[in-house]
Write a protein that binds this ligand. Structure first.
Ligand SMILES: [Zn+2]
Length: 287
């Protein structure tokens, strides 16, 4: 059976039709509308992709088990928006709505870089930091569907202000956009370009940035003991396949580092399609 998945982003909605193995059969993209028009767009995207038996949707923010978008800071007008219930009633099919990072994590776990792992943590370094946690071969959503908000672990009390209202959240130091702050205003792209060209100052910024990433990964490893950590987001491509600078810091930050196996730290393999593919497969796996 084929499945439709749609990843709702801050700027665009990305829809895919996939087969059971996650291979993409069709793909569409539209600008993300105001939340009041979101359900209508999702419905028309679903029909454009062939209107199959199931629909999975990834949305940034806090998503309840029923598919109600409780809060979504990057989605204009979204507050208690009943995306799941509205689509179930209009389409009459099985619809699953999930946090976008959790959807991406599920995609990487099922058909991407964490395939076959029993215990995995997926980390997406974007504007913020999203995450997904698999333990004992189960994707964890928590009591209310809000688990895996790893970007808001506080790593610096009284640190940098986060849009969530707290201070010192991990994503203020280790997300793709945090690199701009660490470099004193240079874009992440420029910092990495200088770093790969051998610039010493850029090297120091990347080292500090890698250390901040490792600080969060160490806490996640201490809590979850994963065999693998998958890192996604545009920044990972900038490391050009070499995450050694991160794993070196991780080895220093980890509890009882010498006495334990360390998780493998690898780059995500599905790229920007992870969220849509994961959302599509979530319905079929019914986890
Ligand atoms: Zn925060």
């Amino acid at each position: 059976m084929n499945h439709v998945g749609i990843d709702v982003g801050g700027t665009k909605c990305h829809g895919v039709l996939v087969d059971e193995l996650g291979a993409i059969l069709a793909e569409v993209r539209y600008p993300t509308p105001h939340a009041s028009e979101l359900v209508a767009l999702l419905e028309s995207m679903f029909r454009e992709l062939g209107g199959h038996a199931t629909l999975g949707i990834g949305v940034p923010g806090l998503i309840s088990h029923e598919g109600i978008v409780r809060a979504s800071p990057n989605l204009k007008g979204a507050h208690n928006t009943p995306v799941g219930p509205a689509l179930r009633s209009s389409l009459g099919i099985s619809v699953h709505v999930e946090n976008d990072a959790t959807s991406a994590a599920f995609g990487e776990w099922q058909v991407g870089a964490a395939r076959g792992a029993q215990n995995a943590v997926m980390v997406t370094l974007g504007t913020g930091i999203g995450g997904g946690i698999v333990m004992g071969n189960v994707l964890h959503r928590g009591a209310h569907g809000f688990a895996g908000e790893i970007g808001h672990m506080v790593v610096e009390r009284n640190g940098i202000q986060c849009p969530c209202g707290l201070r010192g959240c991990w994503e203020r130091y280790a997300s793709g956009s945090a690199l701009k702050h660490l470099s004193g205003g240079l874009s992440g792209e420029d910092v990495f370009k200088a770093f790969h060209a051998g610039d010493e100052a850029a090297g120091a910024v990347i080292d500090t940035y890698a250390e901040w990433i490792a600080i969060g990964l160490a806490s996640l490893t201490n809590i979850c003991d994963p065999e693998i950590i998958v890192i996604g987001g545009g920044v990972v491509e900038s490391f050009a396949g070499d995450l050694t600078v991160v794993t070196n810091h991780l080895a220093k930050e980890l509890y009882s580092s010498d006495a334990r196996p360390h998780p493998r730290v690898v780059a995500a393999s599905l790229g920007e399609r992870a969220g849509a593919i994961g959302a599509a497969l979530l319905v079929s796996h019914n986890t």
